[in-house]
Design a protein around this ligand. Structure first.
Ligand code: PRP
Ligand code: URA
Length: 208
């Protein structure tokens, strides 16, 4: 699939199995999300622009690097928060913005209830984060909002994507690469991902 990176790594498969397992408790679910978030961040940041600098080792000066763009992580509330710890563990200086969206249970359309983006979004290396890309409505809505706010450099980081969500993203935002750990089979009648992992937000926050 164009512009989609499925991170195919043995450790990702192990943690994804923990996350899919319905008997996994909240504590283990959170730990597995943090580990996978860390690995996804490694891939999502592979094109982070750098500028050269000079560093003094105890022996002599040599070439080093600094980031040339601010990294801005934008979780889609609530469930997007589940991947943030793992991502900022990888890049601790990242700023974090928030977009609050929930899916209407009947129409499955996104409903926006909160936005707070840091300054710097226009020139930033922006990662929009949500573990579940189902219909793609929430992700597309959040990315529209970032673009309206001036963001140009955006990647979407997810854990599990449905083919329907990937297609929606490729139609609405063909310029936005998707980094994900899995592409599952399809959506069910309630627009849940099959086999998926259930409701990511409820499982991460222990609210199911
Ligand atoms: C879930 C998930 C995504 C959205 C994906 O959020 O975290 O944001 O659904 O579905 P979509 O691709 O069809 O839009 P939910 O509405 O359950 O809210 P929550 O994160 O607050 O639990
Ligand atoms: N949101 C979730 O949390 N899980 C799904 O399978 C679909 C949307």
């Amino acid at each position: 699939m164009k512009n989609v990176l499925v991170v195919d790594h043995p450790i990702v498969h192990l943690y994804l199995t923990v996350l899919r397992d319905k008997t996994t408790n909240t504590a283990s679910f959170r730990r597995a999300m943090a580990h996978i978030g860390n690995i996804l961040a490694y891939h999502a940041l592979s094109e982070l622009p750098l500028k050269e600098t000079t560093v003094e080792t105890p022996i002599q000066s040599t070439k080093g690097y600094q980031t040339a763009s601010e990294v801005i992580v934008v979780p889609i509330l609530r469930a997007g928060l589940s991947l943030v710890d793992g991502i900022i563990d990888f890049i601790p200086e990242a700023k974090v913005g928030h977009v609050g969206v929930y899916r209407d249970e009947t129409t499955h359309e996104p409903v926006n209830y909160y936005d707070n983006l840091p300054s710097g979004i226009k020139k930033g290396y922006n990662l929009v984060v949500d573990p579940m890309l189902a219909t793609g409505g929430s992700a597309s809505h959040a990315i529209n909002f970032l673009k309206e706010s001036g963001a140009e450099n955006i990647r979407f980081v997810s854990l599990i994507a449905a083919p329907e969500g990937v297609e929606r993203m490729q139609n609405d935002h063909p310029d936005v690469p998707i980094i994900t750990a899995a592409i599952d089979e399809k959506l069910n009648d309630q627009a849940y991902i099959i086999p998926g992992l259930g409701d990511a937000g409820d499982r991460y926050f222990g609210t199911s």
